[in-house]
Design a protein around this ligand. Structure first.
Ligand code: ZN
Ligand code: ZN
Length: 187
């Protein structure tokens, strides 16, 4: 089992699947999972271009299928028979491909990091705006509550004055009525 650092990641847009069995490798140093590699192979016979960068495949070796878990016996003989120059050329190409893929992973992580930073910054602004809106609304409601309490106090005071006045008028009328009765009695 290879560690995460040694894994290839599919270069198809929005895929980023880890590849640990079959890889499809292009002449432009891109790599695809089984599904996207087949798409690239189909493209080779059609529009003949890489799904990741659009480079044109000029021949049958534009995209090749590679089993990453080939047996040690198979690998032992893989480069046998070639001259040291050819072996070094193949090894150099393979290392250049590997370095390019690791750069792609770093770039992708940096893009993700930037995306998360922007998301956090946007969320912070939204939360600050919501907090400010809630504070304004609370202040407005507190003012309305204060005004309502003042109005209730004014109304209850007016009500008390009206009641006192009504009671005073009533007792005056009682007094006049009693006086009239007394006058009638004396006559
Ligand atoms: Zn893929
Ligand atoms: Zn490409």
């Amino acid at each position: 089992m290879s560690s995460q650092r040694d894994q290839l990641i599919c270069n198809a847009r929005d895929c980023f699947k880890k590849i640990d069995d079959v890889a499809w490798i292009t002449c432009c140093s891109h790599v695809f999972c089984a599904q996207h590699g087949k798409d690239a192979k189909l493209r080779q016979t059609g529009s003949a271009s890489c799904p990741a960068c659009g480079s044109r495949f000029r021949d049958d070796f534009g995209v090749v299928e590679r089993n990453l878990n080939s047996s040690p016996q198979y690998r032992a003989l893989l480069l046998c028979g070639y001259s040291p120059e050819v072996i070094m050329e193949i090894a150099n190409n393979a290392i250049t491909f590997w370095n390019f893929q690791k750069q792609q992973v770093c770039l992708n992580l940096e893009r993700k990091l930037e995306y998360y930073r922007e998301s956090v910054s946007r969320l912070k602004k939204e939360v600050a705006q919501e907090k400010s809106d809630a504070e304004s609304k609370t202040n407005r409601l507190e003012k309305q509550l204060e005004q309502a309490q003042t109005r209730i106090k004014e109304l209850s005071e007016e009500n008390a004055i009206t009641s006192r006045e009504a009671r005073g008028e009533h007792s005056r009328m009682d007094h006049q009525a009693r006086k009239r009765k007394m006058d009638d009695f004396l006559l």
